[in-house]
Write a protein that binds this ligand. Structure first.
Ligand code: MN
Ligand code: MN
Length: 417
């Protein structure tokens, strides 16, 4: 039932005024917020519900459910909504980056997000870091390189819908390809990570005495006369040649990495597909290199919903790519809070918090669920109730056996199926 039609039922039960409406609702046993004191707009008056103070209507419209929550929302939860649209950019020649980490989004303990753009030829400098790096491409194409701890080399080109994963400490580089570079979102497997806190090859070289460099690399000191004296981080380079040339150049030696650092998520066969959408899941079982980050690419058609569920083993970090959606989180308290999401927004669901995501628009809603774990896991509310003795569910929720018999006995993920 939509929020609108539910409101209509509530309003119908509320004839006679706000205060008596609540009592009437309880007496009649209609849907609504059963907690005391009563919450929700239907328990207010137009005057008391208004916001006569200063307004930013554009900002308020982006998360309309904060200002006008569903009547079933109660209590408070830590902020689980943020957005790359709110994050300031660090801009240099060749590209830019902005990030949502625990400095601005304290709940996101497991994952820090970085949104980066590299123009054609733009280079994210050779570097490494303390945490693993998972990423999803959202635009254009990019060449990635890496070398592992056994000297195995890796180079590949990625496009929108592809993932990469570099284990902690594995050095790598990124470069935008033609015709228009790339944009992507990185998830570090530590929420306190920062794109400004990575080990840069330019800084190490600049802060090593020339005689040590000469001894280390077996070349004269004069060979280092033109090294950059400041870090590069992101800088404009030349668009590289064909991928095959780079492969042929770097593979002699220990050869390729045993498990590729790239995975083509958006072109894999969906794990679940219904008339309302699909889910494509990546974890260490199909992307062997990705030992600490799992993800699901979720597509929900207009009118559809990512079903009521939770994740027993890991927090969920969400990145919204297309369309508009609305998510409600549920936790003990009871607490239930709803937020709206647009492209570029970020959500966070602590493990075991119940949640569902509705498509509120007229286009497909596409978002990613990202987890700090080696194995994707979820529990579906419908699946749980369908595989519990019917008498138990009947007595608990006052449901008829006929209703329970209609619950799907397989996990659907996107409903209606
Ligand atoms: Mn990196
Ligand atoms: Mn989820």
């Amino acid at each position: 039932m939509s929020q609108f039609s539910r409101r209509k039922i509530l309003a119908a039960g509320a004839a006679g005024g706000a205060l008596t409406a609540t009592a009437a609702a309880h007496a009649a046993g209609v849907f609504g917020n059963p907690d005391m004191p009563p919450q929700g707009q239907m328990n207010s008056t137009p005057g008391a519900f208004a916001e006569p103070g200063p307004q930013d209507p554009v900002m308020a419209s982006q998360v309309a459910s904060f200002g006008n929550p569903p009547p079933t929302d109660v209590g408070g939860l830590p902020a689980f909504w943020s957005s790359f649209n709110l994050a300031p950019k660090r801009v240099q020649g060749g590209g830019w980056a902005r990030q949502v980490n625990t400095e601005m989004f304290p709940i996101s303990k497991d994952i820090a997000g970085v949104n980066m753009r590299l123009g054609a030829g733009g280079i994210r400098e050779l570097h490494w870091h303390q945490q693993a790096e998972w990423a999803v491409m959202v635009y254009g194409s990019c060449r990635v390189t890496a070398v592992d701890q056994n000297g195995h080399a890796f180079v590949d080109d990625v496009k929108a819908g592809d993932l990469w994963y570099f284990p902690a400490g594995v050095p790598h580089s990124l470069q935008g390809l033609g015709p228009d570079g790339c944009e992507f979102v990185i998830a570090f497997d530590n929420g306190a990570s920062s794109e400004n806190n990575t080990l840069l090859v330019s800084e190490w070289i600049a802060h090593t005495p020339p005689e040590v460099l000469a001894k280390n690399f077996g070349v004269p000191e004069s060979a280092f006369a033109n090294i950059p004296l400041q870090q590069r981080w992101i800088f404009q380079g030349k668009v590289p040649g064909p991928l095959a040339n780079d492969v042929n150049e770097i593979m002699p030696g220990a050869g390729p990495v045993p498990n590729p650092f790239v995975f083509r998520l958006s072109s894999m066969k969906p794990n679940k597909q219904t008339k309302s959408g699909m889910v494509q899941i990546q974890d260490s079982t199909n992307f062997k290199a990705a030992t600490t980050v799992a993800s699901a690419l979720v597509t929900v058609k207009p009118g559809g919903m990512r079903e009521m569920h939770w994740h027993p083993t890991a927090d969920e970090w969400q990145y919204f790519i297309k369309g508009t959606g609305r998510m409600t989180l549920f936790n003990v308290g009871p607490k239930a809070i709803t937020a709206d999401f647009n492209p570029g927004d970020v959500g966070y669901v602590p493990k075991n918090f119940g949640h569902y995501v509705e498509n509120t628009g007229t286009d497909d809603l596409v978002f990613m669920e990202i987890f700090k774990t080696n194995k994707y896991e979820e529990i579906s509310l419908t699946d749980w109730l369908a595989h519990t003795p019917s008498a138990m569910v009947q007595q608990t929720l006052n449901l008829s056996p006929e209703t329970i018999a209609k619950f799907s006995r397989t996990v659907q993920d996107v409903v209606p199926a």
